[in-house]
Design a protein around this ligand. Structure first.
Ligand code: PAF
Length: 314
């Protein structure tokens, strides 16, 4: 495994694979690797001849300087883990390599994807920072596919939009969220939690599961009511049958997060394609339930995709 620090070195390290067209994968990260990142490396390894993992703590996507300063930096350990999961090249550039003197360009993805949820909580500059650095990383590595975790579901949508809009010839692969045995979504930020905060943070996946279950039951009840046989709706959780019922589930979920000692920022039930709020069980297809909450000073996010049955054609 090779560690390179400049775009020129990265181009050199990827030249042979590019020439033979055997498939180059990029796994963009900010380091502090955990099993979630390694699952992306493994997925990339299974589908490509060359796997590049980038490590760059991107200053432009942080809205809070103390968050940037506290972000864990563990490059040597990261390189070892990435290598053992199957990465061939680590691209670990300096800030000056990515943002040279006089840097004056921002990639801005407009529209509803960057007007809500994480953008509301972290400021609109967050996704400008993400879009700008991801486009630079894609231009540096020129990969056939780039791998992202679904824990950052909104980021995946923003990157997909950007790649489509700019015509960047790269497939964006979204991989499932990895979780600890107790359900907590893996995140580099989890290392900052005290044992007690970590215990409280378990309310996030628990609330997401509860809301997801209520949506499934509501959707199944709706489908059963519409079916000629009138099959009864499954029982076990309170069904969400009508408009406004999602709002009730959302409010209950927020109350449960607060009662667990967290400081919730949002709990949202949205369309997984465009993030518009969904307020009743769809007749089929999926909905996305997302949450952001602070445990002490640590801001955590998580989400679940709820498949409610036969996909609705779009
Ligand atoms: O998800 C992350 O770790 C970052 O947002 C990314 C995609 C590496 C861009 O800095």
């Amino acid at each position: 495994m090779r560690i390179v620090r400049t775009v020129a070195e990265l181009r050199d390290a990827t030249l042979a694979a590019r020439t033979t067209g055997t498939g180059i994968a990029l796994v963009p990260t900010m380091g502090a690797l955990h099993e979630g990142h390694l699952s992306l490396v493994r997925a990339a390894r299974a589908e490509n001849a060359l796997v590049v993992l980038s490590i760059f703590v991107n200053p432009t996507q942080f809205d809070d300087p103390s968050d940037l300063a506290a972000y864990p930096r563990t490059e040597q350990r990261d390189a070892e883990l990435a290598g053992s999961a199957g990465a061939d090249v680590i691209f670990a550039p300096s800030a000056a390599e990515m943002y040279p003197d006089g840097f004056a360009t921002t990639v801005h993805v407009g529209g509803p994807l960057t007007a809500t949820l994480e953008a509301a909580g972290r400021g609109t500059g967050h996704f400008d920072g993400v879009a700008t650095i991801v486009s630079k990383l894609l231009l540096a590595a020129l990969p056939d596919a780039a791998y992202f975790g679904m824990k950052d579901a909104q980021q995946v949508l923003v990157v997909r939009r950007m790649v489509r809009d700019l015509g960047i010839p790269c497939r964006i692969v979204a991989c499932p969220t990895e979780r600890d045995a107790d359900g907590l979504a893996l995140s580099s930020r989890n290392t900052r939690l005290t044992a007690e905060e970590r215990e409280r943070a378990l309310a996030i996946p628990r609330v997401l599961r509860r809301v997801a279950e209520a949506i499934r039951i509501g959707a199944a009840g709706k489908a059963a009511a519409a079916a000629p046989s009138g099959d009864p709706a499954p029982t076990g959780a309170e069904p969400l049958a009508d408009h406004g019922a999602f709002e009730t589930a959302r409010r209950r979920g927020l109350a449960e997060l607060s009662a667990a000692g967290l400081d919730p920022e949002y709990l949202a039930i949205v369309d997984p394609e465009d993030l518009t709020p969904v307020d009743a069980p769809p007749a089929g297809g999926a909905v996305l339930v997302l949450a952001a909450a602070r445990a002490g000073n640590t801001r955590l996010i998580d989400n679940v995709v709820v498949d409610t049955g036969t996909p609705v054609p779009r």
